[in-house]
Design a binder for this molecule. Structure first.
Ligand SMILES: NCc1[nH]cc(CCC(=O)O)c1CC(=O)O
Length: 300
């Protein structure tokens, strides 16, 4: 009998949904699993992200559980994972990706389809905690009042329903996976050219110990090459800009033609785009464009 795989995950509804999805995929491959729930710094502290020190608030404790052999497999929202790898762990698979696009949810009284770029009344109060979302919203619609919003996906929706915000901007993937009830709200999925999603948004990262060859071999069967290549391009750009989720960077890659990649990025108030044959080449091409635009240096 092969051993049961212990899956380390955060305890949020979305994280549990994702871990259970991986458990179901493992069951499909004939392997049993159990969940090991880990509380992370991001679950304990409710500070705005910009005020939290370090990186990997949502991922480090989950990785530590695998390194300490309290679990075998870490399941993360890929976009929460810092670019720097962790010694002893390997990215084992990037499964089929959910919709990577952003979703704007609007209360009826703030909805204004005729307002153009975003269907929001002038001066609407929009909730988000991501520096990237704030920067892109302010660039698109300087009239908006962007307000800090923390909490898990269902909590954010609850705060919108209570009227604390006129609208919120979040990942379509989380709302989709949790099948949240959006009745009574206007919802608009935003194309990447309008609001560029975070690198790796909608993708999962499956990490295991580098020494666990038996599990790495099993997990490789959950890898989706299209998801892996698009994420590699987006994160390749993020790594070159030396940033984590605190960086106001949007990046969205598409596999085009015969395995080529197109990468769209938003950084410092403008859009960039390139096509190339590999994730590394397309990340390098867009990085070059950004460097040319910011000769004093980028990142930080
Ligand atoms: N930082 C929180 C986070 N991490 C992953 C997701 C959504 C799911 C995903 O992108 O895969 C979210 C919520 C959000 O941004 O709305």
């Amino acid at each position: 009998m092969p051993r049961t795989v212990r899956i380390a995950t955060r305890g949020s509804r979305l994280a549990l949904w994702q871990a259970r999805w991986v458990a179901a995929e493992l069951a499909r491959l004939g392997r049993g699993s159990e969940l090991v729930i880990v509380e992370t710094q991001g679950d304990r502290e409710r500070l705005p992200f910009a005020q939290m020190g370090g990186q990997g608030f949502f991922t480090k404790a989950v990785q530590d559980a695998v390194l300490a052999e309290q679990a075998d497999l870490a399941v993360h929202s890929f976009k929460d994972l810092p670019s720097a790898g962790v010694n002893g762990l390997t990215l084992a698979a990037v499964p089929v990706r959910e919709d990577a696009r952003e979703l704007l949810l609007v209360r009826p009284e703030e909805y204004a389809p005729e307002e153009g770029l975003l269907p929001l009344k002038k001066g609407a109060r929009v909730g988000t905690s991501a520096v990237r979302r704030r920067a892109q919203l302010e660039a698109l619609r300087p009239d908006l009042q962007v307000a800090e919003l923390r909490g898990n996906v269902p909590t954010r929706l609850e705060k919108l329903r209570r009227g604390e915000y006129g609208a919120i901007l979040l990942a379509q993937a989380g709302v989709h996976r949790l099948e949240l009830d959006l009745r009574g709200l206007h919802s608009r999925v935003l194309e990447p050219r309008l609001v560029v999603p975070a690198p790796a948004q909608g993708a999962l990262a499956l990490e295991a110990r580098a020494s666990d060859t038996e599990l790495l071999e099993l997990l490789s069967r959950l890898n989706d090459p299209l998801a892996q290549r698009s994420v590699a391009a987006e994160r390749g750009l993020m790594a070159r800009l030396a940033g984590g989720c605190q960086l106001a960077l949007g990046a969205s890659a598409q596999v085009v033609g015969e395995g080529g990649l197109e990468l769209l990025a938003w950084y410092g108030g403008r859009l960039y785009q390139a096509r190339a044959a590999s994730p590394e080449a397309v990340a390098e091409a867009v990085f070059g464009q950004i460097q040319a635009e910011f000769p004093q240096g980028v990142g930080g």
